[in-house]
Unconditional design. Structure first.
Length: 206
């Protein structure tokens, strides 16, 4: 009787961290990967290139970096995901990376979620990534308008619940209604950061 040989799956497959079929299809594109990962309080975007000795991270942007550009709100929501994608694209320009293929790992592909918000930010930042417009969040969600409106309704109809839901905002002396305005300000600062550095450099030389 012939015994069948059983292969032990790769460690990352056993741990549920990597789908090697999807990974192979991404690598076949021969393009850098725009890797987007999320946690409850954070969003990370990376430009990753394949290397036989191990993947090489060319660029990395973390939503916690947004504070340097004036972002005062939560770093794990839809607006912060967009801004992180935008920041990643700005960094990619310095390394002459102009196109990539999206890698969302094992996350479920749900239209309008934070992963696609980060994608939209990267695309608006000049990174060429093939995608369907149907998966992208609506502009008002990207700017946090839905959070601002929800806070306004809750404040008038259920003050107790409002204080509970937005307690962290109150501690930081932030008003959720200001989110769309601060989003636009942060967006401009990220997009204009490169130009300001150039001007500062030219002035110092003079």
């Amino acid at each position: 009787m012939r015994r069948s040989r059983r292969r032990t799956p790769h460690r990352r497959k056993r741990e549920g961290k990597t789908d090697y079929r999807v990974r192979l299809s991404l690598l076949k594109s021969r393009k850098p990967r725009l890797v987007v990962r999320k946690s409850l309080n954070n969003v990370i975007c990376q430009i990753v290139k394949f290397d036989p000795e191990g993947d090489r991270v060319v660029v990395s942007a973390d939503s916690k970096e947004l504070k340097k550009f004036g972002w005062k709100f939560h770093c794990g929501n839809v607006p912060s995901a967009y801004l992180t994608g935008l920041l990643c694209a700005e960094k990619a320009k310095k390394h002459k990376v102009s196109e990539a293929i999206l890698d969302i790992g094992l996350y479920e592909s749900t239209p309008g979620n934070r992963l696609y918000s980060a994608l939209k930010g990267a695309v608006d930042g000049g990174l060429e990534v093939h995608h369907s417009e149907d998966v992208l969040p609506k502009p008002e969600r990207l700017a946090g308008q839905h959070i601002s409106e929800y806070a306004g309704k809750l404040k008038s109809s259920g003050p107790t619940k409002y204080r509970k839901v937005f307690s962290s905002y109150k501690k930081s002396k932030l008003d959720p209604k200001d989110m769309p305005k601060i989003f636009e300000q942060t967006k401009k600062k990220i997009s204009g950061a490169k130009e300001r550095k150039k001007k500062a450099s030219s002035k110092s030389k003079k």
